[in-house]
Design a protein around this ligand. Sequence first.
Ligand code: SF4
Length: 443
Amino acid sequence: MPGASFGIYSGYYRLAHDATNLACSGPFPHPATVRESFRATVRESFRATVRESFRATARGSFRATVRESVTVSRVPALPRLRSPTAPPIRVPRVPRVRMVAVRVTSALPVLDERLRGTKFVALGTSSILNSPAQTGMDFWSLNPYVGCEFGCSYCYARYAHRYVVERAHDAGKLSDGEFREFRGPHGWEAFEQRIFVKEQILSALERDLQRFFRSVGPTVGPSDTIVIGTATDPYQPAERRFRLTRQVLERLARCEELSVGLITKSPLVARDIDVLQRVRARNDLEIYVSLITVDAALIRKVEVRTPLPAVRLRALRRLTAAGLNAGLIVAPVLPGVTDHLPRLEALFAAARDAGARFLHAGPLRLYPGIRDRFLPVLKQHFPELAGRYRRAYARQSAAPRTYATALTRRIKRLQQRYGFPVNDGMRDRYRPRREPAQRELGL
Ligand code: SF4
């Protein structure tokens, strides 16, 4: 349609003129010329913009690089090694990190460490099985670790950790600085943060079993039980990585007619149901899941990092469902805190529901080494009891006799009511129940 075409040309022609050449007084140029001129202008303008933008970017980038290199050259180089006590290095917009010392040679090499500050330290050991004569306890004992991350405020094993640290210091394996670190500011923290992992445990156990069999003779006596976890928890978090307890159980599974006890607060014990069943097949085995109350909030006041009650009860259920002889150990009963009848009833009922086959309980023993840790916790959460504890435990570590007698009566009544065997509390644990036999398979 030419008319229409013309109309468009005409409109464009006028528009181009009005917009670009208002000052021009000469004749109007041809539309094709105007179009070409317009395109050339746009092209040139676009190229100029791109060129300028490219130059600006290159300029900015160059300046930034120069600025950065100048800044970097002003910052002193980071030290390659830092003291473990040095403050954390702060990096903008990056979570706080702590550089730790890496020791190339050390008498106590660090095997692993956690973000929360725990270090696992190798401890060479030539003996792992402690006789009753060595410990004063009425059974043999075995503890794969020294120290425990669970950090119960009433734990009496802190003294053992302190003993190991002092011996290592005396033997020159810890410097004075390391000695302070391995004690902690108040003398008790390191128990929860510097965990000794006993090395060469299997060769030590091999030698000790020979000693054990020589000492025990042909008949099993009441003090011939081997209890794993008397001082520290054999299934504490370290076990997940180092698996020492599992190795010990694998070895004991090759023995027969032993009497073995195992105490833990950890559900990790259920990981080893297979090997526990093999131990149980030829030996007496009693597994004690330790729990002082089913009240999770109360647990957290006195046990810093232990698994919560429901988790422990579930592990107990798995052990008993697997046919293992497992029960509950309620130790320590904390006077005025966990000994109320309704609390104990709830605990007994939960143990029965989890299939516990027995239940032992005993009151708190407040050894001197525990007081520094436990009494401040008690004062913080139960200030009304602090004075009563100080008076009750003023002259001895054991609970007052009258209290212990009353508690035993209460526990026995509950054992009857909930269908558990009635026992004499902690004195009645770890009794061998089998007749003597060959003891060691393959020897
Ligand atoms: S779990 Fe046992 S060994 Fe570990 S801190 Fe608690 S009481 Fe001590």
